[in-house]
Design a protein around this ligand. Structure first.
Ligand code: HEC
Ligand code: HEC
Length: 244
């Protein structure tokens, strides 16, 4: 398969030798003038109008599994986010932003570029959205977990719930991501990047909310988020050991 070959080559040679690098940092983003969060234009707006084919998407996703794993679970150390069950709208927006240089992701950029057109963006997203959310993701593991989660819950219910939902289910129409099942360490990194203006495609209303947070509050809010479960969307825990 062509994409598998591309992946093997780039892992062997280092991606920069096979691919052109990401586009220079875009002028846009929350610090830029005239940037409209989630403007409906380009391949993003095209992909959003298309019906994704999950079967074709499974093939397009093959190259992604190297980092995000075939299950979509990512890694508990937070390097690669959990993707399974994410809204197609969020997936399409994030991938289009990465491809356009509005969200910096040099590690993934060459692989994001293996999706050939808006139809493949829609297909891969349809496939990922249908995967169940794994239950064994990375959580906050400090001895003070109960206290951190309680502190985080108070903040979350006051300032985040209206957008991300009581169970971290987000909002498909409004491009608000699913949070449930995400790794604690990835969440904490995103909290920092969004607060500090490094995730340039972030929603400005969310940036306003999180701007005054202290580092301790970011830990608490991430601990709480990683404890959320979305009824009906989580994978069934395996029972009774190995299958024959
Ligand atoms: C070489 C590793 C790698 C590969 C291959 C890869 N990604 Fe990623 N991806 C990442 C990293 C790292 C991040 C998180 C970047 C950050 O911290 O902002 C990410 C983030 C994402 C996000 C944003 C998630 C979120 O919650 O906002 C989406 C969506 C995504 N990847 C989809 C894909 C798809 C689809 C493919 C295949 C076409 C793919 N990735 C291939 C490394 C990879
Ligand atoms: C006005 C609605 C809104 C509010 C309020 C809000 N968010 Fe968000 N949040 C968003 C949107 C939209 C995104 C996706 C931004 C983008 O386009 O990259 C997002 C992204 C995130 C992400 C990154 C998810 C990922 O997969 O990478 C996390 C984590 C998050 N929000 C947590 C929070 C927390 C915690 C709060 C409260 C302190 C909060 N949000 C408040 C709308 C909101």
């Amino acid at each position: 398969m062509k994409k598998t070959l591309v992946l093997a080559l780039s892992l062997a040679l280092g991606s920069t030798m096979v691919f052109a690098g990401p586009p220079a940092a875009h002028k846009g983003g929350i610090e830029g003038k005239g940037y409209v969060w989630n403007a409906q234009e380009g391949e993003k707006s095209e992909a959003l109008k298309l019906k994704g084919d999950a079967k074709r998407g499974e093939e397009a996703y093959e190259v992604c599994g190297a980092c995000h794993l075939p299950s979509g679970a990512g890694r508990p150390d937070g390097t690669f986010p959990q993707l399974a069950g994410q809204h197609t709208t969020v997936l399409i927006k994030q991938m289009a932003d990465i491809r356009a240089g509005l969200r910096d992701n040099p590690t993934m950029y060459p692989f994001a570029m293996t999706l050939t057109d808006p139809q493949e963006l829609a297909d891969a997203s349809a496939y990922i959205e249908r995967l169940c959310i794994p239950v064994d993701h990375g959580k906050y593991e400090g001895a003070d977990a109960a206290m951190q989660i309680a502190k985080g819950k108070e903040l979350y219910e006051k300032q985040c719930k209206e957008c991300h939902g009581a169970n971290g289910e987000g909002n498909k129409e409004k491009f608000y991501p699913v949070i449930a099942g995400q790794h604690y360490k990835y969440l904490l990194r995103q909290m920092n990047e969004i607060r500090d203006g490094h995730r340039r495609n972030a929603n400005p209303d969310m940036v306003k909310v999180i701007k005054p947070y202290t580092n301790d509050q970011l830990v608490a809010i991430s601990a709480y988020q990683s404890s959320l479960k979305m009824p009906g969307s989580m994978c069934k825990p395996k029972v009774g050991g190995k299958k024959k």
